[in-house]
Design a protein around this ligand. Sequence first.
Ligand code: PGA
Length: 230
Amino acid sequence: MKYVIGNWKSNQNITESLIWLDELSALRPSFSPELTVILCLPFTDIASFNQKISDLGLPIISGSQNVSHLPPGKHTGEITASMLGELVNYCLVGHSERRIEFDETSEIVALKARYLLENAITPIVCLDTPYLDDQVKQLFHHDVDVSRCYFVYEPILAIGTGKPINSTAANHVASQITFLTDNSSPVLYGGSVSYDNAASFVQESYLDGVLVGTDSLEPTLFASIINSLS
Ligand code: PGA
């Protein structure tokens, strides 16, 4: 199985998200049964998006971009894994933007992953080399079953720059992730992925897919990426 995961970040309100789905559907991308397509959305879009993918019969699975590191309780404003359990099957954790802008540590990321798994949501753990070892150590320390996680190698310097690293270098780090976690979980690459480079990453032996930020916002570009991997 191969994977393409879109990450809209803090873009698209409900209306815009539904228009995006109509536009993508009209493009009729060639969805392969060998390709899992996941879109990680703002919390506010998820419920209506789920309804619309069901109405349109599109093989897209929704995911979240974040979750609380706390259990249900007195934490005003937090969205817990238990709440998300009714809405999504996947959730990003540890994206570098959250580490940088919201001071998220590897320990917090591990706690999030643990609550997600307790609620049958697959954590998609984002990693870069400076904290790769520490993050994996924290996952084991907090008894996170890494065989039920997905991993994404996201070199910070390649995110949103239009300058991806080459697929051989990405494959090398992906092999390290597989080795460190000692399992066969999917490992993806993210950072300036577009339709003209997506296939080069997926062809690598240790890479199972791509995570797409900027080019997931535009239906024509996202459809081209789906087509290039199908
Ligand atoms: P990008 O973002 O595709 O715009 O580089 C990737 C990400 O941050 O997930």
